[in-house]
Design a protein. Structure first.
Length: 94
């Protein structure tokens, strides 16, 4: 079965261009690149395929939208930074 990223540090090479861990990444079985699952149209863990090849290795680059993936990850990262800033400011108030 395709592997989902664990907590340990690995390199993410995704079509979106972002390399942060969004807590839902998947590894290509051929090139071993980790990608954000949402960026390659895998929307939840139940949709993770038994065997996964990234768009580059599978030749399915036309089935993914890099611009949409970039925008999704940009918004994810923005929300993540806002949350971290909020948690950090609340921790200082205690």
């Amino acid at each position: 079965m395709a592997e989902i990223l664990a907590e340990d540090s690995v390199t993410i090479r995704c079509i979106c261009g972002y390399d942060h861990d969004d807590n839902f990444t998947i590894q290509c079985e051929r090139c071993n690149a980790w990608q954000h699952a949402m960026c390659v149209n895998i929307t939840d863990e139940s949709a993770v395929p038994e065997h996964y090849l990234c768009p580059e290795c599978s030749g399915r680059t036309s089935e993914v939208d890099a611009n949409k993936a970039r925008e999704y990850q940009r918004l994810f990262r923005k929300r993540q930074l806002e949350y971290e800033r909020l948690v950090g400011s609340n921790a200082g108030a205690q």
